[in-house]
Unconditional design. Sequence first.
Lengths: 221, 607
Amino acid sequence: MLQWLPENVSTYGQSVDNLFYAIYYLTLIVFILVMGTLIFFLIKYRHQEGKKADYIEGSTTLEIVWTAATTVIVFVLAMFSYPQWNNIKSPTQFPENPDVVVQVSGKQFNWDMTYPGPDNEFGTDDDLELENELHVPMDAVVHIRLTSVDVIHSFFVPQLRLKQDALPNRFINVWFEATKAGRYEIPCAELCGFGHSGMLGYLNVHTQADYDAWVQERWPQ
Amino acid sequence: MHDNEHTEHHHEESFISKYIFSLDHKTIGKQFLIYGLIMFFVGGGLALLFRWQLAYPDQPLPIIGASQQYIDDGEVVTGADRMWERIYDSDKEEWLEVNMPSGVITPEFYNMLFTMHATIMVFFVVVPILVGAFGNFLIPLMIGTRDMAFPILNMLSFWLAVLAAIVMVLGFFVPGGHASAGWTGYAPLSADPQWTGVEWGLNLWAISLLLQGFSSLVGSINYITTIINMRAPGMTFFRMPLVIWSLFIVAILLLLAFPVLSSALALLIFDRLAGTTFFSATAEGGGDPLLWQHLFWFFGHPEVYILILPGMGIASELIAVFSRKPIFGYRSMVYAMIAIAFLGWIVWGHHMFQSGMRPGLGSIFMTTTMLIAVPSAIKTFNWMGTMFRGSIRFTTPMLHGIAFVSMFVIGGLSGIYMANTPVDIFIHDTYYIVAHIHYVVFGGSLFAIFGGIIFWFPKMYGRYMNDVLAKIHFWLTFIAFNCTFFPMHILGVGGHMRRISNPQQYEFLQGFEGMNIFITMSAFTLGFAQLILVFNFFWSMYKGKVAEQNPWQVNTLEWEAPTPVPHGNFGQIPTVHRGPYEYSVPGEESDWIPQAQPEHAPATSGD
Ligand code: HEM
Ligand SMILES: [Cu+2]
Ligand SMILES: [Cu+2]
């Protein structure tokens, strides 16, 4: 089933996929065991003439065993997940000194990208605004300042394994580092009105040389 | 003389007081059942409309859609074309023209369709049937009393629900169209008409839910009071059937959860009509969109357990009766339900992992959510333990009980993926969630409802439902259900977002066209299979095989009452001597001992 996952092109994407796979195999095994046992019971204990059911009211030992076992399993799973989650979403744990900082703002029904320009400050003359086109270099840490001017949108790049809602009057920081050049879609994943379907931007991941050329073109020195 | 006349008058109730404004809990239960079935068709019809759009984006609907020739060069070919010609010629803006010109669903209408599909299924089908119908019908009968504590409140609860349904359906026909912000109604999309163009539609949505909430509230007070105060002699709490336990717990959840939704809705109405900004973060106002999400899900997560707990209760009855065995771990079943009810209050944040809530909170909510999977697992193991070394009868209700357990297992397991915060980053707001919801609510609650209807039908109407039809309905539903909803997991893994009207707009979803078509065809099959159930239901009411008093040989008290159950239920209130699941007791000749049977009496029939 997991071969349907889009190709992963971010540094942390693999850790998400690994958890995905781990849960997949875990749940698959549980599913097969439970269904197998159920079907076995249904056949073995089907009604047969002259055979009565056994009067069994339960078993405290079994109750304790399966309660403890499931509790342990889900906690182990949680333990493995905390660090990955923090790595992706906790601003205090982001890689410092980003190579690129961009503000992405949702607006019915577009993504507005704002580059701070050479002075690295938003709201100055050299800012660059682009509609629906995000350009970043490969193998570089990118910080996104996510916001919205109207309703809630959600910034989703399937290949990066990144999704984050964009809220009006709030700036939420996310980061990523893309590992492969290419052009990827940025759909909006949160219902935002009649144009929600088709609200679509593009993430252009360039090789460093291409990116430098792009920068040179925008801010000629 | 005079006296005599009076009593006679009392017995012959008029049609109105007997069938319409009835105070009898059984009639009110049946009213809720029929109400739920009607709304089931409304909600299902909406789903088929938007499934068409997903499989064949921007193509005219079958039957009512215009032909391609007509769309291309205005040439009238089919009967539908003639209808569209007339609609376009008229000066009025007709409803069809606004919402589906030439039979093509507009994006605005698409959003209304899925919003109302979910709203109707959750609030007007599953809750009314599980809680309204089964709760009303079963509680007094199964605890051994003559009626609910407050019959007038009970009637009020039903008629409020009718009013709410009327208001909800009317919303489709007001200018600007119906609510289109999803059943979750996220602000600020829902809080300000400028973002959707929907004016009164969304107000009516909120008002209808307020009414429905009030109806549930009134009903829950009634259930709680009845169960605490009116149990038959000997019916201790731990002799109550599990379905009564589940309804009792659900009533408490309803009582506590609905006021939260009601307050949120009231604030939303203020935002929309009085210019407040509780849920909007504008420069002028100091509200917060996340406040809505917190309030909604603080209600919403308990609500999803309201949708499943009675299903668990019904499944427990079916599995014990048809395995001819006591429930495995009766007490741990009760404790597991109580645990779910408690934990259900501290997991709401799992709907908000990607919302911008503090990431640290996400970790906490992941932990609590993982914890709530534990009681769900306990229940599953206990159902299997109940079948273990049983003598399983594959009656149609039992098939539904088994389907309930297996589908619930899938729904519970898919919950683990989403509870896992890093994985949820990817699958949040995709079809993975849609698959999960339907495995728990359709695969879970609805199979329990179908099983329950067939199981209690003989007590409700004195006749059996036709078993051949019921079996055909079961197998068609089971297969079509899985064909419809299982592939949605795959769509989710592919990143297919929910709530989009045209997946073809995205490069990365191009490969899913075939799967979307397959899902839509399965969904239509699933929809049409339900016609069999409804036909069977109404046909069997009049033509079904007449049932004896206790056709399935069940221990619980509802089967002690004569069929059809008279006003007041029991001739003499039964006394309860034992727990509800004394099946196959060693040393007994019969494999069942009714709860009301005195000690040491020979076990023969129901009374
Ligand atoms: C093992 C138990 C369960 C777990 C761990 C679980 C977990 C979750 C999680 C984490 C979400 C949010 C996913 C997201 O939006 O990204 C979710 C959504 C949902 N769950 Fe469950 N769930 C469980 C059982 C149930 C049950 C029993 C029901 C109802 C009968 C249910 C109904 C729903 C619904 C309706 C939604 C989606 C709401 C929406 O966004 O429209 N779940 N579940
Ligand atoms: Cu959107
Ligand atoms: Cu939840």
